[in-house]
Design a protein around this ligand. Structure first.
Ligand code: NI
Length: 272
């Protein structure tokens, strides 16, 4: 499958689950903008059967190559980013994995237990990135227990393999020449920003500024019944040129630590 088809398929699935992402997209297009993606992000576990290398496979086959790697110490994550070899209009691909060994035995056993349930055929397939949850219906009790240690692990336990977020490339917008204008526009249209660590993560000096709206709250069927929990979010990124005049293309570990919190649990009627 070529990279464009991969992204179209991921986008379809992502907007079906998170209609607000489509609303944001439509807001920008109706303001006369052509929305391009800065990057698309995935989450996984560090288990060899499903780790970053496994999720990266379909992208490497469709013209992507490995670029940077990152350590998110606070969140106990490791990540790599990939770029298309020749087409710089194609989004970066950002894949992170949870360092399970840093967590409790309960978390490690839960991760192993769910990865054990994934059929061999899915593990070997390039379809893995669209497969969602490939294990039994989640338990709300386990979800809550995972959250105490890692919101990231809890999110993955419920949703499995899919795009965690798409990211609008602010540099490619015509009318919105700052991240502040983008945020204002979103808030004026009723969207809630993730303000953990401030609405804007990163600075022009760091060459990357990012913000995100909070995740959509959706109904999920658990073993114990239906509960409302956060799903995916939409992100916005503005990049600055480095000393050589080239647009910075990496990710900043310090500020991205906070942006992972966009999928943290919150109740719909809360404003924060
Ligand atoms: Ni991101």
């Amino acid at each position: 499958m070529n990279a464009k088809d991969i992204f179209n398929r991921l986008w379809k699935d992502y907007t079906k689950q998170n209609p607000s992402a489509k609303k944001v997209y439509d807001l920008f297009t109706s303001a006369g903008e052509e929305v391009q993606n800065d990057h698309i992000a995935f989450r996984t576990f560090d288990d060899k059967r499903v780790n970053i290398e496994v999720l990266a496979r379909p992208f490497l086959k469709s013209g992507y190559e490995e670029k940077g790697d990152y350590h998110f110490k606070q969140k106990h994550l490791y990540a790599k980013h990939y770029e298309h070899i020749s087409d710089n209009s194609m989004p970066r691909v950002f894949i992170s994995q949870l360092i399970s060994g840093d967590f409790s035995e309960f978390l490690q056993k839960t991760v192993q237990g769910i990865v054990d349930q994934i059929p061999e055929k899915s593990l070997a397939s390039d379809e893995l990135i669209y497969s969602g949850r490939l294990w039994e219906k989640p338990s709300y009790e386990i979800y809550q227990k995972l959250r105490e240690e890692s919101e990231y692990a809890a999110w993955l336990y419920v949703y499995g393999f899919r795009a965690n977020h798409f990211t609008v490339n602010i540099n490619a917008l015509k009318k919105f020449d700052s991240i502040q204008k983008v945020n204002r526009f979103l808030k004026d249209h009723g969207f809630l920003m993730n303000d953990s660590g401030g609405e804007i993560k990163g600075t022009p000096e760091e060459l990357l500024e990012q913000s995100s709206i909070k995740s959509e709250i959706i109904k999920v069927d658990f073993k114990e019944g239906t509960y409302e929990i956060p799903a995916c979010y939409y992100e916005f990124a503005r990049r600055y040129p480095d000393e050589s005049g080239r647009l910075y293309s990496g990710f900043i570990a310090k500020s991205a630590d906070k942006i992972f919190e966009s999928t943290d649990f919150y109740k719909k009627n809360q404003t924060k």
